[in-house]
Design a protein around this ligand. Structure first.
Ligand SMILES: NC(=O)c1ccc[n+]([C@@H]2O[C@H](COP(=O)([O-])OP(=O)(O)OC[C@H]3O[C@@H](n4cnc5c(N)ncnc54)[C@H](O)[C@@H]3O)[C@@H](O)[C@H]2O)c1
Length: 329
């Protein structure tokens, strides 16, 4: 039987590269697409020798053409961290809107099923905790994070419209903070920022008083949830994340313990629109997909710390403080 063909956008990024690995291991023909604006070919270079893997260097905010049949599309192309989307706000808005529109058109033409990567950021700074899918969010459209949050909200809206109006088979995953190997140390998220600071022997920067909460999902758990959602028949948004919530202060202490360093936590002013709490309600994922996270924070952090420690010294050293430590996302 011919292999199923899947297009993965954002394939050279953190999550996209793990998705490529998963679908290759399930014997799919993987067509990877990325314009490398935040991604890195080193994340997928081990796949280049395979006959069932191909790569296109292409910006999906422009017209997307893929020769041959397509069974599935996973749209993961988008700047995803606060550092990135503050640096490239227009590209962020374009890939969520124009990029999604282009890919939905492709899905329609090829009769492919399309899954989009949405985010817990659609909830903004939430007024309820945990956040169920029915919560509509509390987003500031003109704040610094608006370019990302609103692009993702539009992305969900146009995806639902293609589903209801054109009958395209669509799936929407709302991803909560995910971590693991191939994250970038300087992407502005709290986890790599803390680990990077610990490895370099710097104090760990906490923004605000550190009472804001986050919850972290290990990448293998997320990929399993996405895989199950793609093959489910559920077209509405599903939260995938780890509900194990922790304050930034407690998390900083965990990192200091893990890395065995004697750094301190130092505080700085809280940035604008920083969400105070973040925790997924995963009832739907449990009921519809039979999914829940399996990897504890202790296990996942250990693997991730080993990965960061194994990076070439110049990558770890060259990151300047101002590059990474603006947000405790
Ligand atoms: N990592 C998380 O915790 C998280 C949480 C919520 C949502 N998401 C979503 O998951 C997706 C992937 O995130 P990530 O953490 O892997 O980020 P990432 O930056 O590592 O990967 C994104 C990839 O998309 C590529 N890209 C961006 N714009 C493009 C364009 N116009 N055309 C082609 N390629 C383009 C980048 O070069 C990069 O390789 C994003 O859509 C993001 O919004 C991630």
């Amino acid at each position: 039987m011919a292999r199923k063909r899947i297009l993965i956008t954002g394939a050279a990024g953190f999550l996209g590269s793990h998705l490529c690995d998963r679908f290759i291991s399930e014997d799919f023909h993987v067509i990877a697409m990325d314009n490398l604006i935040t991604g890195d070919l080193r994340n997928i270079e081990h796949l280049f020798k395979l006959e069932n893997f191909e790569f296109y260097n292409h910006d999906v905010s422009t017209f997307v053409h893929v020769p041959g049949e397509l069974d599935y599309i996973l749209h993961f192309a988008s700047p995803a961290s606060p550092i990135d989307y503050l640096k490239i706000p227009i590209q962020t808005l374009k890939v969520g809107s124009l990029g999604t529109h282009n890919l939905l058109g492709l899905a329609r033409a090829k009769h492919a099923r399309m899954l989009i990567a949405s985010t817990s950021e659609v909830y903004g700074d939430p007024n309820c905790n945990p956040q169920p899918e029915e919560y509509w969010g509390n987003v500031n459209p003109v704040g610094p994070r608006g370019v990302y949050d609103e692009a993702k909200r539009f992305q969900e809206a146009i995806t639902m419209a293609y589903h209801t109006f054109h009958g395209v088979e669509t799936r929407i995953v709302r991803i909560f903070n995910t971590y693991g190997p191939r994250m970038r140390l300087n992407d502005g998220r709290v986890l790599p920022a803390f680990i990077g600071q610990a490895i370099r022997g710097e104090d760990l920067t906490v923004f605000g008083d550190g009472s804001q909460t986050r919850s972290f999902c290990y990448v293998d758990d997320l990929i399993e949830g996405i895989y199950r959602l793609l093959f489910s028949d559920y077209p509405y948004p599903v939260n995938i994340g780890n509900p194990d919530e922790i304050t930034i202060l407690e998390f900083g202490e965990e990192i200091i313990k893990l890395t065995g360093t004697d750094q301190k936590l130092v505080t700085r002013p809280l940035p604008t629109d920083d969400p105070k709490q973040r925790r997924p309600d995963i009832t739907k994922a449990r009921e519809i997909l039979g999914w829940e996270p399996k990897v504890s924070r202790a296990e996942g952090l250990k693997i991730t710390y080993e990965y960061f420690k194994s990076l070439p010294k110049d990558i770890i050293e060259k990151i300047e403080h101002k590059d990474f430590a603006n947000y405790n996302k």
